[in-house]
Design a protein around this ligand. Structure first.
Ligand code: SAH
Length: 211
């Protein structure tokens, strides 16, 4: 099965939805989403929808992945901390646009599967950790860009602390069955600015033990 035409259609749709970053569009063109999607529904890989993963989790909608990545405004030299590896698709996209991605997932099984995909695609600038992402990654702080791919009721204080000066964090805020918004947090001289970007729907960020 070839996905070439479906991929071109998706990229055109993303452009219409306001994705203007050529880097982000090129990364979406390059990373095969079909290997991150469960085999049984791989034929739907280039629909602009979220799809179910194992363990009740989801692979995010391509337009949301693109929008979050674009909003991080990455430079080649940046290091990114990602909370919620899930399938690893968002991680793979990020890895093409920055120096290193540190990614944390609480489900071992999801992480093992994501790691296999990173190896298969020869993405060597991804560092993984199984753990509670609400605690961040102390050894790597301060870090210029943080992306959270699960929804929190508020910005986790530890993550805000680990964000570098002039850094950017993109995080969905809101409770599971209520309205959630993608929020862009910027840190300037120890003060934080929050800007609501758009309504979204994410699985919850769950603190505590790994599984
Ligand atoms: N970007 C991913 C989205 C995965 S869904 C993708 O496109 O595939 C969100 C992920 O966050 C889930 O895999 C979930 O297990 C993980 N998660 C939730 N709470 C977490 C926490 N406290 N620490 C680390 N990962 C967490």
């Amino acid at each position: 099965m070839t996905f070439k035409n479906q991929k071109i259609r998706l990229i055109m749709e993303l452009r219409k939805l306001g994705i203007t970053s050529t880097g982000v569009l090129a990364a979406i063109e390059k990373i095969p989403r079909e290997i991150f999607v469960p085999k049984l529904i791989a034929n739907r890989s280039y629909e602009n929808t979220a799809l179910p993963l194992n363990l009740g989790q989801t692979i995010s909608q391509p337009s949301v992945v693109a929008f979050m990545t674009q909003s991080l405004e990455l430079n080649r030299d940046d290091r990114v901390l990602e909370i919620g590896t899930g399938s690893g698709y968002q991680t793979a996209i990020l890895s093409l646009l920055c120096r290193r991605v540190y990614t944390i997932e609480r489900y071992k099984k999801l992480m093992f599967s994501a790691e296999q995909k990173f190896t298969y695609l020869s993405l060597h600038n991804i560092v993984t950790k199984i753990g509670d992402g609400t605690k961040g990654w102390e050894e790597q702080a301060p870090i210029s860009n943080i992306i959270v791919t699960a929804a929190a009721s508020q910005v986790p204080a530890v993550l805000a602390d680990q964000l570098a000066q002039d850094g950017t964090m993109i995080i969905p805020i809101g409770d599971q069955f209520e309205e959630q918004y993608l929020v862009k947090v910027t840190k300037k001289k120890k003060t934080f600015r929050e800007k609501k970007l758009m309504p979204v729907r994410f699985v919850p960020l769950v603190p505590g033990k790994t599984k």
